[in-house]
Design a protein around this ligand. Structure first.
Ligand code: SF4
Length: 82
């Protein structure tokens, strides 16, 4: 999953871009639900939030590294929920 670091300026640019609605407004910074983040694998060439973030504060979570297969599996599970 990706994680939002404390450089976040809470601009809200990323939230609507996320194809799995993994990004939520927090106080004081935004956060990503790791159970919903698929790093845009199978949807976009690069994570949509990373593309739009003006301060480049969305980075891979070193403590939660997932394989492509795991991310694809998670996406499938999320689609089944809807
Ligand atoms: Fe924070 Fe970047 Fe999202 Fe703006 S786009 S709310 S700075 S994480």
């Amino acid at each position: 999953a990706l994680i939002i670091n404390d450089e976040c300026i809470a601009c809200d640019a990323c939230r609507e871009e996320c194809p799995t609605s993994a990004i939520e407004e927090g106080d004081p910074i935004y956060f990503i639900d790791p159970d919903r983040c698929i790093e845009c694998v199978g949807v976009y060439d690069e994570p949509a939030c990373v593309s739009v973030c003006p301060v480049d504060c969305i980075v891979p979570d070193k403590d939660n590294v997932e394989s492509i297969a795991e991310l694809q599996f998670k996406y499938k599970q999320l689609l089944n929920e809807e």
